[in-house]
Design a protein around this ligand. Structure first.
Ligand SMILES: Cc1cc2nc3c(=O)[nH]c(=O)nc-3n(C[C@H](O)[C@H](O)[C@H](O)COP(=O)(O)OP(=O)(O)OC[C@H]3O[C@@H](n4cnc5c(N)ncnc54)[C@H](O)[C@@H]3O)c2cc1C
Length: 389
């Protein structure tokens, strides 16, 4: 069947634009339909990514998009116990996400993709061996549709997204190269408050959690630190883990729309971006070769890299959801006196950190922590310590 495009991409953010770049580079025709009136805005993401993750999605750390480099994290317990993690080796960058998305849109269109803003996809249906995509203004046909519309595509009933508020703040209390993380299960259950500096006197400050009023919490936090919020935004952090299937009929889900953000922190630039890149590559190959099975290789490739990691992160998420403040305080004490932080900072990989953290904890510490928190919480975690010690 003759179609308007080989592939339509719904959603013009990191996953959709990376998919479009790959599709266009394969020589197929592709159109990106983005609901917002400007690529990259409103900016919800904090843009924290490792240099390795950025390179894996084929992007360079240009001065146009890199705002800052992070070397350290200070993590605080509810009672104010702190652990200090050296992040020098992880090479963590803070990106200007709006500029990053616009750079991606430029790369996709230079490769031949059509990118159109102000085009909301309202419906799609499969007709013969094609998919018909409706927007508020018009309709298009394509051989495949990529759904890169973010968290809005996820089932509403499940606990797949955490409500968040994110501010940009002027302040004088932070250290430019240090991220601050504050745990408090009463104020931000299941998550934390974070401070990510952009410069010596500006930072992205946010909070997320099950329930509560994130804007009120953040107003209090900023006031306590005598900061001034000059930008405020509401957002949803994807923490429910990957969908059971990424491909359904002629529709391929990528990025947050496929649950490809880390269930612990919701970070998705690398894992969701790579989802978009792999999907774009495989669907391009499928259209070129006429082999529909090539599309399934996208899902296989993504799961090969992330399935094990995400399974562990989902278990850690369930623990985080159930921990009480005093358990967190005790864990911080155990961690601070164990000497494992050095190991974590040396061994941990920012993009695949779950196994490194568990391995760094080691047998004695796993047991120490298990005796502190309810023992059933640790059931099911990989038995790393047992074999490594
Ligand atoms: C507060 C916050 C902070 C974060 N910080 C980090 C971080 O520091 N590091 C990190 O790695 N990740 C972070 N993330 C996660 C990261 O932002 C996402 O994982 C990533 O942006 C997902 O990209 P995506 O392309 O899948 O979806 P999104 O970025 O959500 O983009 C979806 C796009 O689809 C468009 N759209 C929606 N519906 C339609 C429609 N019907 N038709 C057409 N277009 C549509 C939207 O306008 C949007 O542009 C953060 C998330 C939040 C909420």
């Amino acid at each position: 069947m003759k179609t308007d495009f080989d592939i339509i991409v719904a959603g013009g953010s990191v996953a959709g634009l990376l998919a479009a770049r790959e599709i266009a580079e394969s020589g197929c025709t592709v159109k990106v339909l983005e609901d917002d009136l400007e690529i990259g805005l409103p900016e919800r993401c904090d843009g924290l990514v490792s240099l390795k993750g950025l390179e894996a999605i084929g992007m360079a750390p240009t001065s146009n998009v890199v705002q800052n480099r992070i070397r350290r994290a200070i993590i605080s317990s509810p009672k104010g116990e702190t652990v200090d993690v050296d992040a020098e080796r992880q090479k963590v960058l803070v990106l200007d996400r709006s500029r990053f998305d616009r750079e991606l849109a430029g790369l996709a269109s230079r490769s031949g993709a059509e990118v159109e803003v102000g085009q909301r996809v309202t419906a799609h249906k499969e007709v013969d061996s094609a998919v018909q995509v409706e927007t508020q203004q018009t309709s298009y046909t394509a051989k495949w549709m990529i759904n890169a519309t973010g968290y809005t595509a996820l089932p509403r009933s499940s606990k797949s997204t955490l409500p968040a508020a994110k501010y940009e703040v002027y302040g004088d209390w932070f250290d430019r190269e240090t991220i601050e993380i504050y745990f408090d299960q009463k104020r931000s259950p299941g998550y934390f408050t974070w401070v990510i500096p952009m410069s010596d006197d500006t930072a992205k400050v946010g909070v997320a959690g099950w329930g509560g009023n994130q804007f009120r919490l953040l107003d209090e936090f900023v006031k306590q630190h005598r900061g001034v919020a000059y930008k405020k935004i509401a957002a949803q952090i994807v923490v429910g883990g990957p969908l059971d299937r990424f491909v359904s009929g002629r529709v391929i889900s990528v990025g947050d729309a496929a649950g490809q953000a880390k269930p612990t922190t919701g970070g998705g630039i690398y894992s969701g971006g790579l989802g978009g890149l792999l999907a774009g590559r495989c669907v391009g190959e499928s259209v070129k070769s006429g082999d529909p099975a090539a599309v399934a290789r996208y899902e296989e490739a993504w799961r090969k890299i992330f399935a094990g990691e995400f399974k562990t992160l989902l278990r850690l998420r369930r623990i985080l959801d159930r921990l009480e403040n005093d358990q967190i305080d005790k864990m911080f004490k155990a961690v601070a006196s164990s000497g494992i932080l050095e190991k974590i900072s040396l061994e941990s990989d920012f993009d695949h950190h779950s196994m490194a953290i568990l391995r760094a904890l080691g047998l004695n510490n796993v047991f120490k922590i298990a005796s502190i928190v309810a023992s059933d919480l640790l059931e099911g975690l990989p038995r790393l310590g047992r074999s490594s010690e």
